[in-house]
Design a protein around this ligand. Sequence first.
Ligand code: ZN
Length: 256
Amino acid sequence: MPIRATVWGENVHEHKNKEVAANYPIGMHGQIAKLLSEDPNIVASTVTLQDPEHGMTEQKLDETDVLLWWGHAAHKEVDDAIVERVVERVWQGMGLIVLHSGHHSKVFKRLMGTPANLHWREAGERERIWVVNPGHPIAKGLPDYFELENEEMYGEPFSVPEPLETVFVSWFQGGEVFRSGLTYRRGAGNIFYFRPGHETYPTYHDKNVGLVLRNAVNWAFNENRYQNLMKAPNRPVDKAIEPIVERGAKLTRHPK
Ligand code: ZN
């Protein structure tokens, strides 16, 4: 069965800025889904902030193996209950790929537990993205480095936890560097943060970016879900794997 990838798009600047609309006539979410669809192993669909429950209904999440999240201008408009619902799905094993300014999304910050701050500059400068983990599945098929002629600069320090793996490091024309491809595991869920993707530039038309996103979906996929991770049950003495005799002080009293 193919991997079911859902692209969550904020879908705000496409309607407010003519450059963004020109870059992405089918919406950024639509273009990202189009890139993913080049992989016969991926079936991509899209939802947006404006959909009921921001498109993140229980049913849609049941039908999502890997979620991709692009947001920028309206992070605060995402309902906290929906954020919690998405985070719980990640803990249970759903894959999550957070794109560009999604670093400040409620979902990402909740999962990281840190501010996820960085430096930035919107000057259309060149970004050189170095593969620093050549054996990693997300870097499969890429050259040693690739360049995006026009991108927004994100500079270190990026206040996220130390990642599980660093796949990419970016250099910018103005001199800054940034860890632009990071993996995490939270609960049973695989998470990948990928830096490029500023809306006023045609980043999601780049062939290497498309390859990274398809690789990332395949990497993040986990067909199993672990709902038991959401519970903290007591295992009583008489259910212990090896027989034991209860002793010492205790906080809990169980009916005999
Ligand atoms: Zn941006």
